[in-house]
Design a protein around this ligand. Structure first.
Ligand code: SAM
Ligand code: DTB
Ligand code: SF4
Length: 323
């Protein structure tokens, strides 16, 4: 049985030191406390999205000044993946600003997945909602992870997104599982939700069965032109608490310190790692916004004595060595 929303609210309410100690204890029971998984993101199709997600630079409904770009050529994606691998990433995540892929768009993505996997990288894609059969096509191409976030608690969701519901998201997550892929599913905080609603998001993630292998926790990046552009910032220590609570409620999941890292000072990122975060996006761009310079991340890893987490599966280590 996963922790209830009330249990998680109680975790949030603990004294900070007790919460961090508990999170660090759970972290050490499940993971090497000094290893961080490193993924690089690429936007393979940018902007012009039909959906109205209130945080997103890529919605055609918000005037964010973002230039639309069509689906990238397979060879350009492979080139970016090769560069990410050369810089030390072990997973490559391809994101598309779609409500969901049209069948004609899926074929080139399948080619990208095969080629990126062939470089000896783990593969992830985030393409929106999947229709019958599409998850299986991606799994057959060698897609290791599919990212699709719950984004926020069900009782806040309607304030942020109107064009699709959380039930649609759960349906896609079910298809991903059924096709045998690993699930990357998390959310965004700092969108004006209350602490009980942050607890609700973590409880809803923890209730997924099995729990997601990967849980990105994004701190809202405020994009000019979106409805959330003037949202007051979340208190940094409340963000650290959210990471700690996610670590305790999802003990076997990789918790990714995701969007919002560029504005975080090193000591705050260090606190997030102490609270149990054990993955980052690595590379100077997320999808449309900035991320820390790789040199800054490498220096931080060095200072904290962190190392890049090896592949979860031994066969990937062998493949990576050969590629
Ligand atoms: N269109 C697909 C979808 O919505 O699933 C894939 C791409 S979408 C940009 C992936 C995730 O990025 C969103 O679910 C959201 O959690 C996160 N995200 C997008 N814009 C963000 C922002 N401004 N700040 C923080 N996280 C953001
Ligand atoms: C996720 O949870 N965060 C990533 C990834 N999954 C695709 C995306 C973050 C996007 C931040 C805003 C941007 O760069 O457009
Ligand atoms: Fe489209 Fe995804 Fe952005 Fe929503 S989050 S507007 S579905 S790209």
């Amino acid at each position: 049985m996963s922790l209830s929303r009330a249990d998680i609210e109680n975790l949030f309410a603990q004294p900070f030191n007790d919460l961090i100690f508990q999170a660090q204890t759970v972290h050490r029971q499940h993971f090497d406390a000094n290893a961080v998984q490193v993924s690089t993101l690429l936007s393979i199709k940018t902007g012009g999205c039909s959906e109205d997600c209130g945080y997103c630079s890529q919605s055609a409904r918000h005037d964010t000044g973002l230039e639309r770009e069509g689906l990238m050529a397979v060879e350009d994606v492979v080139e970016a993946a090769r560069a990410a691998k050369a810089k030390g990433a072990t997973r490559f995540c391809m994101g598309a600003a779609w409500r969901g892929p049209k069948d004609k768009d899926l074929q080139p993505v399948v080619e990208m997945v095969k080629a990126v996997r062939g470089l000896g990288l783990e593969t992830c894609a985030t393409l929106g909602m999947l229709k019958e059969g599409q998850a299986q096509q991606l799994a057959d191409a060698g897609l290791d992870y599919y990212n699709h976030n719950l984004d926020t608690a069900s009782d806040f969701y309607g304030e942020v997104i109107g064009t699709h519901g959380q039930d649609d998201r759960l349906d896609t997550l079910g298809k991903v599982r059924e096709a045998g892929m690993k699930v990357c599913c998390g959310g965004i905080v700092g969108m004006g939700e209350s602490r009980p609603q942050r607890a609700g998001l973590i409880a809803e993630l923890a209730a997924l069965s099995p729990q997601p292998e990967s849980v990105p926790i994004n701190l809202l990046v405020k994009i000019p032109g979106t409805p959330l552009e003037d949202q007051p910032s979340l208190e940094p220590l409340e963000f650290v608490r959210t990471i700690a609570v996610a670590r305790i409620a999802l003990p076997g999941s990789i918790v990714r310190l995701s969007a919002g890292r560029q504005e975080m000072p090193d000591y705050l990122q260090a606190l997030c790692f102490l609270a149990g975060a054990n993955s980052i996006f690595y590379g100077e761009k997320l999808l449309t916004t900035g991320n820390p310079e790789t040199d800054r991340d490498l220096a931080l890893f060095k200072e904290l004595g962190l190392k890049v987490m090896p592949f979860a599966h031994a066969e990937m280590e062998a493949e990576a060595a050969q590629a």
